[in-house]
Design a protein around this ligand. Structure first.
Ligand code: PRX
Length: 645
């Protein structure tokens, strides 16, 4: 496999960048020639950000799994596509070659067909990190069904909301999942999510932990039985194949739910062709992937990072993707380093929160681990503080591996701003330069282009993008208007990211964090409104306000101010009850780190909560709280300050 579009020098980066902005259609159609199409496109790009409407390669026909699997078979059938490391290091590892991946994905596509799944149907996947999860994702893509993968940490209620939102008819799950010392009863959580559900017809259950599960006749079937049956059906002279559904370039490939400022999480919809190009192009260029490299992305496939950089990016490039079932600190904090040593990993892509957590264990877990195979390191999901950056550089990369700080979002499909490993310069804490095709714009609150104050080198503003790129979201499931108001209505003719950023004289970008009420906890996006709604569901809670505060490991912690009309037991018991409620409603990832009981919240006369004040107090800033004269009752601020945790 060769990548003729891989950028090899900084000069080439500048040249390609210029071409991509001046002539996006020419630039991307040339890159698209490197993929396998059933029919080429009629037009390269149709767009306007008012509706919004974005179409890349309209009229083209393809199936992404033919690009991720079939086209590699003639030359790479026996090359590892996925290397799987189980949670328990004592358990046997698995290597899935491209030939094996083809067979399993075809078999699973047949399983889906046998169970009634058709092109365009929504399939929810709620599994642990086992290779079967990748087969399930790709099996859906092969038959043209739209997958919606839900992270194993979400509660039954969150799953139920997502099933409902997309009228899901099919679920693929496991009996349970191993994660560190815990076994998570996935099927039982699905059973709870299905109470009262009217749309789901079939649940396919893969056996992983073999905990007892209830299997409902007529609805639940075992993965293993179904796969055997499909194998018998497909086997033809020793060859197994399932013809891929021919998809339009713009047919939806998947839905990924993510939190916003308001209401429930929204289903971000990605397309087939544009998403494929984007994940492949960014994978090959940002990480400077070379055929044969072992690429280890530590994310979970339940999040977009896993979709783009465990499955679609690496596989479309004929790469080897390492998939890890467990967590970085189990059985001890040397687990990542063991894995790198064991499989001679060349590229490690992880989150700053994982780096900070591992840093806190000191250097002992690194002793005796050979990390010399590493060539490139990456970070994703949140700003990286300089201390963590230098630790990663010194102790993991041994100062010889470029670190790419990749900024992107669920909505962007893949990386938008990042240095290219060893090609363009790195700067600690800075995502640096935009990818070709990406035109960032910094604007002030009114939407006017930001200008750096006289004598200052930095420009500051809200980060927007002015041109469509192939991997961008197309809509939010079932509610296009929500897509428009969330991303395209704040500033005319711009996609608004929700992030603030700085730009320096070299044109480098530094992402400063969300400017809306969205938190980033351990690299996970959580809406404050969502957490408040969950807390408010607890009996006795009158009102709550949630803000973020700096947290040494998580990046941001969740601070909740809660007014209660009545408590059942003492404060500590009530706090535990609230945490339990949040765990039930959203999942453990949204549990507040601190809960402060208050008798009132700082509100303006019109009843709006002054979050700015609450945020400052949670951050420990007691003095410069700004103007509090407009508050209905300035007295509450003093009370809140006194009770700060
Ligand atoms: O605030 C930015 C932050 O994570 C948000 C996107 O979260 P999510 O959709 O869950 O996607 C995570 C995987 C890409 C962004 O709006 N973010 C992501 N990467 C970075 C970052 N902040 C700073 N630096 C980054 N490299």
């Amino acid at each position: 496999m060769s990548y003729p579009y891989q950028i090899k020098s900084i000069e080439q980066y500048h040249e390609d960048y210029k071409k991509s902005i001046e002539d996006p259609e020419g630039f991307w159609s040339k890159i698209a020639e490197n993929f396998q199409w059933r029919k080429k496109w009629d037009t390269v790009l149709n767009w306007n950000f008012t509706e919004p409407k974005v179409e890349w390669f309209a009229g083209a026909k393809l199936n992404i799994t033919e690009n991720c699997i079939d086209r590699h078979l003639p030359s790479m059938a026996n090359k590892p596509a996925i290397i799987w490391e189980p949670n328990n290091p004592e358990e046997r590892t698995r290597t899935v070659t491209y030939a094996r991946l083809h067979k399993r994905v075809c078999q699973f596509a047949q399983v889906l067909k046998n169970n009634g799944v058709k092109k365009g149907d929504r399939v929810c996947i709620y599994m642990g990190m086992v290779p079967e999860l990748a087969y399930a994702v790709l099996g859906c893509a092969r038959i043209g069904a739209i997958h919606s993968v839900i992270f194993g940490g979400f509660s039954a209620q969150s799953i139920a909301d997502r099933l409902d939102d997309a009228s899901v008819e099919y679920i693929i799950t496991c009996d349970g999942a191993f994660r560190g010392g815990k076994d998570i009863p996935l099927k039982s959580i699905i059973d709870d999510a299905l109470i009262g559900n009217k749309t789901v017809k079939r649940v396919i259950v893969y056996t992983r932990t073999r905990i007892p599960v209830s299997m409902i006749k007529g609805r639940d079937v075992w993965w293993e039985d179904e796969m055997l049956h499909a194998e018998d059906q497909l086997e033809h002279n020793g060859v197994i194949d399932f013809p891929a559904e021919i998809m339009d370039a713009e047919d939806p490939l998947f839905i990924s739910y993510t939190s916003g400022r308001t209401g429930k999480p929204k289903g971000v919809v990605h397309s087939s062709a544009g998403y494929m190009l984007w994940t492949n192009y960014t994978f090959v260029n940002v990480f400077q992937y070379k055929p044969g490299d072992v690429f280890f992305c530590t994310a979970d496939i339940g999040w977009i990072t896993g979709h783009s950089y465990i499955v679609y990016g690496p596989l479309s490039a004929g790469g080897t993707s390492l998939m890890f079932e467990g967590i970085p600190t189990w059985p001890d904090a040397g687990r990542f380093w063991d894995i790198i040593d064991k499989y001679k990993v060349n590229i490690l892509y992880t989150a700053p929160t994982a780096i900070r957590s591992l840093m806190s264990y000191g250097l002992d877990p690194l002793k005796g681990k050979d990390l010399s195979s590493l060539r490139v390191l990456g970070t994703v999901g949140e700003p990286i503080n300089e201390e963590a950056w230098h630790w990663y550089d010194e102790h993991i990369g041994k100062k010889k591996c470029p670190i790419v700080d990749t900024w992107w979002q669920t909505e962007t499909g893949g990386i938008l701003i990042s240095n290219l490993a060893g090609i363009t310069p790195a700067k600690p804490g800075w995502a640096t330069l935009p990818m070709p095709g990406v035109q960032p714009v910094l604007v002030d609150e009114q939407g006017a282009p930001s200008i750096s104050p006289e004598g200052e080198a930095l420009t500051k503003g809200n980060l927007c993008i002015s041109l469509p790129w192939p991997g961008m979201l197309r809509t939010t499931w079932g509610d296009h208007e929500r897509c428009r108001t969330n991303y395209f209505a704040t500033y005319e003719n711009l996609y608004f990211t929700g992030d603030g950023a700085l730009k320096n004289e070299e044109g480098f970008y530094r992402i400063t964090g969300r400017v809306d009420d969205v938190l980033n906890v351990s690299g996970h996006r959580i809406g404050t409104a969502e957490v408040e709604n969950a807390i408010n569901m607890h009996a006795g809670v009158v009102e709550s306000a949630v803000v973020g505060y700096p947290h040494d490991v998580k990046g941001q912690g969740i601070y909740a101010y809660v007014i209660m009309s009545q408590k059942h037991g003492d404060d500590e018991q009530s706090k535990k009850d609230i945490l339990q409620t949040v765990t039930r409603v959203i999942g453990a990832i949204a549990k507040p780190d601190k809960i402060q009981f208050v008798t009132g919240l700082p509100k303006t006369r019109s009843g709006k909560i002054m979050r700015r004040i609450l945020r400052k107090i949670a951050e420990g800033e007691m003095q410069n709280l700004g103007d509090t004269t407009t508050l209905l009752d300035p007295g509450v601020v003093e009370e809140i300050k006194k009770g700060k945790l």
